[in-house]
Design a protein around this ligand. Structure first.
Ligand SMILES: NC(=O)c1ccc[n+]([C@@H]2O[C@H](COP(=O)([O-])OP(=O)(O)OC[C@H]3O[C@@H](n4cnc5c(N)ncnc54)[C@H](OP(=O)(O)O)[C@@H]3O)[C@@H](O)[C@H]2O)c1
Length: 249
């Protein structure tokens, strides 16, 4: 069977762990030349081992404008074009509005909104007709979950960005779609909560999911592949929700 991304150049931001890593593996299996980014030296090294030379693993801070510009200049030099952009790097910070600092709010916005906006800006000249952008948002964009204000607002902004970018890039034959996962077993919750609190939070979320389980990173990666490939050739400005029915039923 023909591979879905044969010969494509695909960038996965935040591709060193979780959903990004699973998607990078899948994109490679489907014939893409894959570039992944991350920031943490330890996860960058681990990703190099896990991807086993099947992807270029690049250190690039998704919240740093200078680094983002340099990343796309480097891609232009080495690959001359980009066919698929999966804007996936993202962070979660938890705390009520009252107890959170401005610095934390701005940190989330820098990585989850400013970085994606700049990535779109610098990726656009590299795309040809047929290009596809997938923005990884979250169902939190539509939930009033206590303690998630910065994260939820950042993901709502990303959803909005997807609509505008879809309209702006359609005349050039570039599609832009949004992926909104629900709670997914990627380890992201464990990064911001201690083990007991993370287990309690995930148990609480699982109870709210109609399918009574978390999603897997591979299930989200398959939806990303659908939006990145010609399987979704008549879709742009759309959002696919992958949440076990949590916000749909
Ligand atoms: N898991 C869920 O339940 C869920 C649900 C909805 C949406 N999402 C979204 O899915 C995306 C991936 O999350 P995940 O669940 O797979 O979590 P994850 O395993 O923590 O993955 C996050 C990825 O982003 C990278 N990253 C974070 N900050 C970065 C920065 N400043 N510069 C470069 N890379 C950076 C991380 O690399 P480092 O190791 O270098 O930090 C890692 O590769 C995020 O946008 C998240 O909001 C996740």
């Amino acid at each position: 069977m023909a591979k879905k991304l044969e010969g494509k150049i695909a960038l996965v931001t935040g591709g060193t762990t979780g959903i990004g890593l699973a998607t990078a593996k899948l994109f490679h299996e489907e014939g893409a030349r894959v570039i992944v980014t991350g920031r943490n030296p330890k996860t960058l090294d681990e990703a190099r081992v896990q991807l086993g030379g099947t992807a270029d693993v690049v250190s690039s801070d998704a919240g740093d404008p200078v680094a983002i510009e340099a990343l796309f200049a480097d891609i232009a030099r080495r690959y001359e074009r980009l066919d698929v952009l999966f804007v996936n790097a993202g962070i979660v910070r938890i705390g009520t509005i009252e107890e959170s600092s401005l610095a934390t709010f701005e940190e989330v916005m820098r990585v989850n909104v400013v970085g994606p906006w700049l990535s779109l800006k610098y990726a656009t000249p590299l795309f040809r007709a047929g290009g596809a952008v997938v923005l990884n948002a979250s169902i939190n964009a539509r939930l009033g979950m206590v303690g998630s204000s910065a994260y939820a607002a950042s993901k709502a902004a990303l959803r909005s960005l997807g609509r505008v970018a879809a309209a702006e890039l359609a005349p050039r034959g570039i599609r832009v779609n949004v992926l909104s996962p629900g709670p997914t077993d990627s380890g992201i919750t464990e990064k911001v909560l201690d083990p007991a609190a993370a287990a309690a939070a995930l148990a609480h979320l699982t109870e709210r999911i109609v399918m009574k389980r978390l999603g897997t990173v591979d299930e989200v990666a398959r939806a990303a592949l659908f939006l990145a490939s010609d399987d979704s050739s008549f879709m742009t400005g759309e959002e696919i929700v992958v949440d076990g029915g949590m916000t749909r039923v």
